[in-house]
Design a protein around this ligand. Sequence first.
Ligand SMILES: N[C@@H](CCC(=O)N[C@@H](CS)C(=O)NCC(=O)O)C(=O)O
Length: 198
Amino acid sequence: MKLFYTQNSPYARRPRLVARTARLEIEEVDMSPLADRVGELLDLGPGGKVPGLLTDSGVYLTETLLITRYLNDAAGGKLTPREADRAEKVLEMEGIGSLLMDSLFTRSHEKRRDDGEKSQALIDKEGARAARCYDALNERLTNQPTVLDFGTIAAISALGYADWRHADDNWREGRPGLANWFNEMMVNPAVAETAPKF
Ligand SMILES: N[C@@H](CCC(=O)N[C@@H](CS)C(=O)NCC(=O)O)C(=O)O
């Protein structure tokens, strides 16, 4: 299997972390700079985005959520929570992490548009959504163990992206529990080596 990624893509970080957590051997193909190499992705499918996964049988899969589930299945379901209660909590966390990631991504692109093209209303709306998500993560992850599952992988990936693209959110401010949990997670080599570089 080949996973197409870029180091700073928060979406691609999720399947990269799933593969490492499930100890699944995959080939990672760095597509940086994406603008120059997008043609290679377009030869495989219509999206031109990372992550993308070329399966051993030659099918090209896209969309983070689907790729993470495919990898987990390929690893025999190692990341599938055993108890129903736990499974729901993991899904809840994955939803919040995904919401945060989409919101941060949208706002980052909007902020980089030319003056006159950007919408301050959209920036404000997404900024408020991100703040609610940071609070929700702080509530749920304070004093929690540093376990990698679908939920914490989504959270870590979104927060790492926030550090890169939205440093002025200062998400650690007033959320010491989340900040401590994040620092402890960064000790994990898989988390450290997939972090965005900036
Ligand atoms: N919905 C997609 C989003 C993936 C995505 O937006 N990836 C970005 C990099 S972080 C990308 O490839 N952007 C290139 C583009 O928009 O052309 C997913 O869940 O995988």
